[in-house]
Design a protein around this ligand. Sequence first.
Ligand code: ATP
Ligand code: MG
Length: 334
Amino acid sequence: MSTSAAASSTVTAGTSDTLDNIRIGRVDSYRKLDKIGAGAFGDVWKARHRRSGKKVAIKSVRASGESLLREAALLAACTGNPAVVEFREVVRDAKKDKLYLVMEYAGRSLHYVMGERRRDGRPFTEAEARRVMKRLLGGVEIMHGHGVVHCDLKPANVLVGKEGSRGRGRGRVLKICDLGLAKSSTVPLPSPDTSRPVQGTLGYMAPEQLMGDMDGCSTPVDMWSLGCVMAELVSGKPIFKVEVSVCEHLAEIVRLLGVPDEASQMPLGVSASTPSQLRDAVPEEFLSMAGFDVLRGLLEFDPRERLTAAAALQMPWFTVEEDDDAPSPATARP
Ligand SMILES: Nc1ncnc2c1ncn2[C@@H]1O[C@H](COP(=O)(O)OP(=O)(O)OP(=O)(O)O)[C@@H](O)[C@H]1O
Ligand SMILES: [Mg+2]
């Protein structure tokens, strides 16, 4: 792919019409402020649009310009989804011959917010976790309805914006970001960058993703990840260790959920009669029975049995009216 097209022209990707149609602006339209994200795969800066004064986030990726254009195309395909970070444009630094993705600046990550609240001794209550989950499930339902699967949902890829003006401080705006690994059944795109050793983030990856069935990876992988996010919200810590190997993680899933039929032959060192330990990991003190029903449906080993976003939102935890100001069992923890 050539990334040396003139500024404000159209890049020739050569692999996909979708990428060909993304217009490229100029990086010097923005003034870089602080670096807000740095990972193995790229960097993100807070920046300001010089003319409008609007705050934005600018992302670079170490992989090819095509990866960045792919992510831009997916983000653009999610335009109108209130739970996905808004795509602004792709810009190019002519001197470095490098492309950047420009998005709205959407606040701190949920990972950061959870850590901050844990340190302050103010973990999320069950009612707060329900509000977060309702928004995320609503956003993911729309995403899936448009044929987009995120494939890397986790607290670091959810942004928590300023409170809205309605609802007495309940209007935190949540936006999903980082569509670097996402897939679309409607937008024709090249495959995601396969130089990443693992296509996702271990602690949030569904069993079928861990087993490397990338073609079989569809909307249920996002539902599993949302189950991991939900467990972390109510219990205050990740349900699965993040820094383990694929095999160790699979074994941990089976230890926690019990042995599903298909996996009983796997050499994971667990007996076929292992019962689910999920309720011990997320006890009633943190999550009511109605909430646990949702969690269990999301953390279902078999993707065919796993809750969809639409089905999850129909469950009593979300539909039965409750006084969200009532103290939650989660606030009673030591
Ligand atoms: N639009 C945005 N507004 C505010 N912060 C953002 C935005 N996009 C990204 N960030 C911040 O930058 C971090 C990294 O962004 P992103 O996840 O897109 O990059 P990445 O390199 O693909 O990350 P990783 O591979 O570690 O998941 C996010 O966790 C978030 O803190
Ligand atoms: Mg990320």
